[in-house]
Design a protein around this ligand. Structure first.
Ligand code: PLP
Length: 396
């Protein structure tokens, strides 16, 4: 059975070009980039090239990029740097729909005496910049607001927010893990202080991330030890993965517009097809401001996990709002923050596409899904009531 992989916001396939770029640095070119000899020096040179490639993806300067082990580490580094460099400030601002990499750190800091404002979102998953204005005070150490949401794909007005916070002199970090490679990012136009990236969301391997730190931003390292990354992140560099990340960033940048158009077309066909063929479905999230590869659809009155298991029988990989980030069966905090009704939160499925998906993948999902939904609704007591009501209404 072939795999139809529609879970690209969870992780992506490593691009063959990326693997090819990495291979020499996993085999014969194993020198330590910090060594004095030429053997290590050539690895150092490739790491610096990768820094330039990652910087170019977001229009940053190479020296503003530091490599980390993942998006989570970059998020933690950004927030902890603010806490360390502004020791008298005890207020953090974020949103209710962030990734646990930010939310759980804020909860942790809450137990250490910090106060966090969690900004609400509306029914479309959108943020109101005015609510941020009201939340900022003299005690605010940092504002951390994601660029795009991992569950719904909703894009926040980060450029507007960045300008407002810059005027007020408030430190601003954005988690751009899901946005990078899917929409254009430009830190010259969007004056954030720090920005998080993760390699495995854009066809580099797992276990490599980056943090952009704008020149002039006060910074404190999170991992302390050797002098690597100009003293900003200790630990011998994950050279092969950094080099792979550089290649992935270059691929994302050079294929950008075609890829955005392609993904958007496939996603829209999938979404429209499912809405047309499966009754009692709804799209979660602001379709006017959304990543081109993501759709989050609620199939009301059924459990998302049951749908995933049935899709899995056909080799189709997607994820449900509940289990995708936490591995728990808690209903999605993102959909709950949007006020999505209980019966729809539980039946929500996220499909997230990549350049490796084809029209045929979409055809297969559209072929199998209506039956899966109908069968599961017949098994569900709520679903049976709902279908009976619909039939009565149709006759009336
Ligand atoms: N931030 C967002 C928005 C994410 O979607 C993810 C991963 O799902 C992360 C952070 C964490 O990235 P990583 O898996 O590289 O730690």
């Amino acid at each position: 059975m072939t795999t139809i992989y529609l879970d690209n916001n969870a992780t992506t396939r490593t691009a063959p070009e990326v693997l090819e770029a990495m291979t020499p640095y996993l085999t014969e070119l194993y020198g330590n980039p910090s060594s004095m000899h030429t053997f290590g020096g050539q690895v150092h040179k490739k790491i610096e090239d990768a820094r330039g490639q990652v910087a170019a993806l977001i229009n940053a300067e190479p020296e503003e990029i530091l490599f980390t082990s993942c998006g989570t580490e970059s998020d933690n580094t950004a927030l902890m740097s603010a806490v360390e460099t502004y020791p008298l400030k005890k207020h953090l601002i974020t949103t209710r729909v962030e990734h646990p990499a930010v939310l759980n750190l804020c909860h942790h800091l809450g137990r250490k005496g910090f106060r966090t404002t969690y900004l609400p979102v509306n029914a479309l998953g959108q943020l109101d910049p005015a609510a941020l204005d009201n939340a900022v005070d003299d005690d605010t150490a940092i504002v951390s607001i994601m660029f795009a949401n991992n569950e719904t794909g909703v894009i926040f007005p980060v450029e507007t927010i960045a300008h407002r916070l810059q005027e007020q002199g408030i430190l601003f970090h954005t988690d751009a893990v899901q946005a990078a490679g899917k929409i254009p990012l430009d830190v010259k136009k969007t004056p954030v202080n720090m920005l998080t990236l993760s390699g495995h969301k854009l066809h580099a391997p797992k276990g490599i991330g980056a943090l952009y730190v704008r020149k002039g931003t006060r910074f404190h390292p999170y991992i302390i030890g050797g002098h690597q990354e100009h003293g900003r992140r200790a630990g011998t560099e994950n050279a092969a993965s950094i080099i792979g990340f550089g290649k992935a960033a270059e691929l994302a940048r050079t294929n950008h517009l075609e890829e955005i158009t392609y993904l958007g077309r496939l996603r829209d066909r999938l979404e429209q097809g499912l809405l047309n063929s499966c009754p009692h479905t709804r799209v979660n999230g602001d379709i006017a401001s959304r990543l081109p590869n993501t759709t989050n659809i609620s199939f009301e009155y059924i459990e998302g996990e049951a749908i995933l298991l049935r899709l899995n029988e056909y080799g189709i990989c997607a994820s449900s709002g509940s289990a995708c980030t936490s591995g728990s069966l808690e209903p999605s905090h993102v959909l709950r923050a949007m006020g999505v009704p209980y019966t729809a939160v539980h039946g929500s499925i996220r499909f997230s596409l990549s350049r490796y998906n084809s029209e045929k993948d979409i055809d297969t999902v559209l072929e199998v899904m209506p039956n899966i939904i109908q069968e599961l609704r017949e098994l569900s007591p709520f679903g049976r009531d709902m279908q009976a009501n619909s039939q009565v209404q149709a006759k009336e």
